[in-house]
Design a protein. Sequence first.
Length: 85
Amino acid sequence: MHEWQLQDAKNRFSEVVRRAQAEGPQTVTVHGKPAAVVLSADAYAALTTPRPSLTDYLLSGPAWPDELVDLINDRARDTGRDPAL
């Protein structure tokens, strides 16, 4: 990631944008501290596109074979023994 001082980024904004598209995020600093990041539109879309929840992701997969479902449903329900305190 390349860093630009604010004044340089303002003077060379076209280059900042071009590099964001070609090389990735460009950091703009003010008094030596990061103040902003310039991203390509593709990188921004990748960050802001909603993702399915883990549950939705798992449920969208292929159906489990009936044998596997039976094995899961028939497993022992024993929760273990009570610990001696």
